[in-house]
Write a protein that binds this ligand. Structure first.
Ligand SMILES: *[C@@H]1O[C@H](CO)[C@@H](O)[C@H](O)[C@H]1NC(C)=O
Ligand SMILES: *[C@@H]1O[C@H](CO)[C@@H](O)[C@H](O)[C@H]1NC(C)=O
Length: 364
């Protein structure tokens, strides 16, 4: 009798704690929902009853602490809800600061809703365990919270495709575990912090299509895990640090559409591991370094729309591979070398230079 009673009490305790959603988390979620309007898919229709840990769309709780740990709301995904609605998601409203009361969140993903406006709540920097902050594809404005560097566990910061203004906060360099930074396609201004190289875990830094100016900080070349650096379509000036060409795993470097001047560092061409190099539409000058070698392997090499002069370097025929190449719209002169990679390139890769000749252009 005593044992049966004990077991039933235990069972009751276990069931209720498994199903429990703290009233404070539930209240925070409901306040978050109240600031939004999603009328095409009905994702919030499941947000009812007391147990937010049980079948609330996009909400997941930590089974040990029974707190909301993930909030994942994607406006574009494979979820059957989209197939049923026959369309992608659209949501208006704002991200309520009530979200910050979910202080056991590790993943906060509110992505591709196209119509969510207002700022990224500054209090987000006080969610201590946050690992993934992904707000891509909305209409968020205001700046990245200045205290972002407080998020000691952050591995992904993605606010791409919004209308974010202001500068990259200085504190960003304190994100010691950040692996993926995506700020593309916003209205971010100011310089890249000179100590950006403190982000030692970073493997992708995507800052293209903003209004970032100033130099490429040479400290970037200390990020030895960096594989993908995209600074294209900004107002970046100054020269390309030679040390960038010696980064061990950098494979994509997009600097196109800036105001970068000076010469192309030899290290970028000699077989640094770079596979995609786009320096198009800058103010680069001087000769293309005669530095290609058997370790040069480019799927894309775009040097078009600069002020490069002199001949196409002879060593280029010793490159292991060059797929797409564009040298057009420069001031190059002389005979186009024959042999790989030139046998598969079209005239468009060479047009609008001063006096290039030979196949695929006119004979010399
Ligand atoms: C919510 O959005 C729908 C569709 O855009 C609109 O018709 C409706 O008026 C909005 N409701 C509120 C409360 O904003
Ligand atoms: C390089 O950048 C330019 C300008 O942004 C772009 O038009 C071009 O397609 C890019 N080249 C390659 C090979 O992606």
């Amino acid at each position: 009798m005593g044992i049966v009673f004990f077991v039933s009490v235990l069972l009751l305790a276990v069931t209720s704690s498994v199903n429990s959603c703290p009233p404070s988390d539930r209240a925070a979620l409901l306040a978050f929902k109240a600031a939004l309007n999603e009328s095409y898919l009905g994702i919030f229709n499941s947000w009812k009853g007391t147990d937010c840990c049980n079948n609330w769309y996009g909400v997941h709780c930590d089974p040990t602490v029974h707190r909301v740990a993930d909030l994942t709301l994607r406006g574009e995904s494979e979820d059957p809800i989209f197939e049923k609605a026959g369309r992608t998601g659209y949501m208006t409203g704002t991200i309520s600061p009530a979200i910050c009361k979910l202080n056991r969140l590790t993943n906060l993903i509110i992505a591709d809703w196209k119509g969510i406006t207002g700022p990224v709540p500054a209090c987000i920097t006080s969610i201590p365990y946050l690992r993934v902050l992904d707000l891509i594809g909305n209409k968020l404005s205001g700046s990245i919270p200045s205290g972002i560097g407080k998020l000691k566990h952050l591995t992904v910061l993605n606010v791409a495709d919004n209308q974010i203004t202001g500068r990259i906060p200085a504190s960003i360099v304190n994100l010691a575990t950040l692996m993926h930074l995506d700020l593309r396609n916003n209205r971010i201004t100011g310089e890249i912090p000179s100590d950006f190289g403190k982000l030692r875990m970073l493997s992708r830094a995507l800052l293209s299509r903003n209004q970032i100016y100033g130099p490429i900080p040479s400290s970037i070349s200390k990020i030895y895990r960096l594989a993908d650096l995209d600074l294209s379509m900004n107002q970046i000036s100054g020269t390309i640090p030679e040390s960038i060409g010696r980064m061990p795993v950098l494979s994509t470097l997009n600097l196109d559409g800036n105001k970068i001047s000076g010469e192309i560092p030899t290290s970028l061409l000699s077989g640094s591991g770079l596979n995609i190099l786009n320096l198009s539409r800058n103010l680069l000058e001087g000769y293309i370094p005669d530095a290609f070698g058997p370790r040069s392997y480019f799927t894309a090499l775009d040097l078009s729309f600069n002020n490069l002069r002199g001949p196409i370097p002879k060593s280029i025929t010793s490159a292991a591979y060059i797929g797409h190449m564009d040298l057009s719209h420069n001031h190059l002169c002389g005979r186009i070398p024959s042999g790989a990679p030139f046998d598969h390139l079209e005239a468009a890769s060479f047009v609008n230079n001063d006096c290039l000749c030979g196949s695929p252009l006119k004979p010399c």
